[in-house]
Design a protein around this ligand. Structure first.
Ligand code: ADP
Ligand code: ZN
Length: 753
């Protein structure tokens, strides 16, 4: 027998190895192995088995890693598809499907020495008083960690070994599983009685699960084929989508099937995890819920992953990469907040977890539910065309109404000759005052950290810019530094203009960040308890949690933050939400900027009025009549969709075409530009006569320089991405680039900067 192995070397090829007799039966597709390669030993994954090889004199596999194959054939097939579609080597795709902690050669279990009580011999051995006392503890526990026994019995390992010599106990290593949530007190919850809309949605999902008993044929592109199995659950915030997910999962479990729940990393709060654990940790369905996200230690991730692989945990909740969890058989995949851009991985393999989810569902006969209050244009378009079934929850589940949204026209705010731009409008100030008087809470949102975002000389016009990137430096007052948000470059704040021959001491700080909002609040409302939450204030692991707990307990009146506070949080006493600068995301050089703004405003607004008092939202804007702002104000997703889809069609942007973005990076701008033109020539030649492809560029990227690298873009659009992917893979292998340049290919990009 011969095993075909892909090595962890990104070589874009596979190698044949012989399976030695002593490993026969232990090598299957998906097995992790160690093999000789040149003078080295490297790790890899078996991707196929064959009777014979075209090569002679095969070297044998050195070692099999793990007791069980780590990559299931289904997940392996998914990795292969990813490699083709997202233009990367198979081994790069395989790296994503197995967490680092699981890929290690050494098995990652933590073992502890345990003392086990044995049946005493017929003639009970004679013990000293001391030994007698320890034996009594052991008899009571039957089995306990050696260290624990030493502590309880105030004794040494040596003394305990004596009991082993007498045949009373056995001391042996045992796997000790880590549980990241071991300290949590979780109160079990029961299913709620669904309202009519929820019940309708659940019935449709259950019916699809029944119908999908047989998996359909594999397909090539995400969302390419109509299945009866993919749903868009479009429900306003607070409409009870999560309750539908929970009951759909319960249904899958009853049928003996597992479920994967994807949540954006930022929304994967303890609160969210608890909701799932609380429903399934007790009762007739009692099952383990595994959690996979980036804040787990390597060891915790290792153990969580193996709980799934061994079939003990049938429900997985996690961020992006949890889509590869080896749940088998899989009955249901839920992608909550499906429009979130964090589902896209920004390094190779540049996969989009939502799209992988749809594809995996189709291949494994699992139902896929994409949930959102503001679906992406792509997904909603698919639902309208009947590719996905549309389920709607148009109103909030409880009696609560959606908040009233007021757009404040900042162009008419009286600045009274002070700072050029006021941070708080008169209306928002009054609304905050009211909340403080009533003992209600306020959340203020600004997606920009720091104090001010540019530092400019009033005399000569000098702007403090990053030496490595084409952006200006942000002033951070607390640390008294100028900081680049792209590369992290730091420098002290100049006392006077550093431009030669200027030296003017009057330097103007403009552009507002969260630090300045916090500062101004302190001046306007000296008695209010204000807390800022952004990546600068979260230094320690539990800061996030601590701040949110304080807020929940009412120890904070006003919470100021970046997008971190926009997602998934739920505080009944928040009755006011203010968006300081709604236009920020509108002016990004990205065809999705309108969509992003609409989504953000809707999300942030959804934080208000989730308790007994109706919520109010103030949106401060300099372009108050922009459709993204006006439709968000009216909670009108359909209105927004209809006008936005027209624009996409006219300009042939997704969902009317798929995009591939090519980026060339290097330190020498001329060389980057020249090579980019060379790439363009290659494309023109190789794609000649193919009508469905348009190529734009090369042109400098919107972020023209980052971390001292110049960046050039080419954008390709087509309806047949699988075919284009194949060509782009060819481009990557055939085109010899200078050593100091890199070319990245991003299929279905979400970030165009
Ligand atoms: P979403 O996920 O759509 O934002 P949630 O599932 O968080 O909404 O539900 C919002 C609130 O409504 C929660 O407090 C939830 O407990 C409650 N809720 C959901 N469904 C029902 C129901 N059928 N009856 C009563 N309350 C419900
Ligand atoms: Zn920089």
């Amino acid at each position: 027998m011969v095993a075909r192995v892909t090595l962890e070397l990104a070589l874009r090829r596979e190698f044949d190895y012989a399976i030695p007799a002593e490993l026969a039966g232990r090598v299957e597709v998906g097995t992790r192995v160690k093999v000789p390669f040149g003078h080295r030993q490297v790790l890899g994954v078996v991707t196929a088995l064959a009777e014979e090889s075209t090569h002679t004199q095969l070297k044998p596999i050195t070692k099999v890693i793990g007791a069980q194959s780590l990559v299931t054939p289904k997940v392996l097939a998914l990795a292969r598809w990813m490699a083709e579609y997202y233009c990367c080597p198979v081994e790069t795709a395989l790296k994503s499907v197995l967490p680092e902690a699981v890929r290690q050669e050494k098995d990652g279990w933590r073992e502890l020495l345990y003392v086990h009580a044995l049946t005493p011999p017929a003639e009970f051995p004679k013990l000293t008083k001391r030994q007698e006392a320890i034996w009594q503890i052991i008899e009571e526990w039957r089995e306990l960690p050696l260290q624990e026994l030493q502590r309880l019995g105030e004794t040494t390992a040596e003394t305990i070994r004596k009991l082993e010599d007498r045949g009373l106990v056995l001391i042996a290593p045992k796997v000790d599983e880590r549980d990241p949530y071991a300290k949590e007190q979780i109160v079990p919850t029961q299913s709620m009685v669904l309202n009519t809309d929820q019940a309708k949605a659940l019935t449709a999902i259950e019916a699809a699960m029944l119908a999908l008993a047989k998996p359909p044929a594999a397909t090539k592109e995400p969302g390419a084929a109509a299945t009866p199995g993919t749903f868009l659950l479009h429900g306003v915030t607070g409409s009870g989508k999560t309750e539908v997910y929970l009951q759909a999962i319960a249904h899958a479990l009853e049928r003996g099937l597992g479920a994967i729940v994807l949540v954006p990393e930022i929304a994967l709060t303890p609160q969210t995890v608890e909701r799932f654990k609380a429903r399934f940790s007790s009762g007739p369905l009692q099952t383990l819920v595994a959690v996979l996200h980036s804040h787990l230690s390597g060891g915790e991730r290792h153990d969580e992953w193996h709980k799934i692989r061994q079939g003990r945990a049938k429900i997985v909740i996690g961020a992006r990469s949890a889509i590869f969890a080896p749940v088998d058989p899989l009955g249901l995949i839920i992608v909550d907040e499906e429009h979130e851009h964090s589902y896209k991985q920004e390094e190779s393999p540049r996969y989009h977890a939502r799209d992988v989810a749809v594809l995996r569902g189709q291949r494994e006969g699992a139902v896929v539910v994409l949930g959102s209050a503001t679906p992406s244009l792509e997904t909603y378009y698919n639902a309208k065309r009947g590719k996905y079934a549309l389920l709607e929850l148009p109103s909030r589940a409880t009696e609560m109404k959606l908040p009233v949204v007021r757009v404040v026209d900042m162009r008419h705010e009286d600045t009274k000759g002070k700072a050029s731009v006021p941070i708080f409008s008169q209306q928002l100030r009054e609304a905050i005052t009211q909340r403080l008087e009533r003992g209600e809470q306020t959340m203020l949102f600004l997606n920009r950290r720091g104090y001010s975002t540019s530092l400019q000389c009033e005399k000569c016009g000098y702007v403090a810019g990053c030496p490595n990137c084409s952006v200006s430096l942000t002033f951070h007052r607390q640390s008294q530094r100028l900081l680049c948000h792209i590369c992290g470059h730091e420098e002290p704040v100049p006392k006077k203009c550093p431009a030669p021959q200027c030296g003017n001491p009057a330097i103007r700080y403009s552009g507002v960040g969260t630090e300045r909002v916090e500062d101004t609040l302190g001046k306007l409302f000296p008695k209010a308890r204000v807390q800022r939450m952004d990546s600068d204030t979260l230094k320690r692991k539990d800061d996030y949690r601590r701040i949110l707990t304080d807020f929940r307990l009412g120890k904070i009146d006003i919470l100021v933050g970046t997008q971190m506070i926009a997602k998934g949080l739920h505080f009944p006493n928040v009755t006011l939400v203010g968006i300081i600068h709604a236009d920020l995301s509108l002016h990004l050089p990205d065809f999705r900027s309108g969509e992003r703004t609409f989504q953000l405003l809707t999300q942030v607004s959804g934080r208000a009025g989730r308790g007994d008092v109706e919520g109010e939202v103030f949106v401060q804007s300099f372009t108050p009549f922009h459709p993204a702002i006006q439709y968000a104000r009216r909670h009108d997703f359909l209105g927004f969709y209809d006008q936005e889809i027209e624009f996409r069609e006219q300009l042939r942007y997704p969902p009317f075409a798929r995009v591939a973005l090519l980026t060339l990076k290097g330190r020498n701008e001329e060389k980057v530009k020249f090579t980019a033109e060379h790439v363009r020539k290659w494309l023109d030649e190789h794609l000649a006569g193919w009508k469905d492809v348009t190529i734009a560029g090369p042109a400098p990227a919107p972020l023209a320089r980052a971390e001292s690298f110049f960046r050039y873009h080419l954008m390709l659009r087509t309806r047949a991405m699988s075919r284009l992917s194949a060509e782009l893979t060819r481009l990557q292998t055939e085109l010899a680039l200078p050593d100091d340049l890199t070319l990245t290919v991003d299929v279905d990009p979400v970030n165009l900067a």
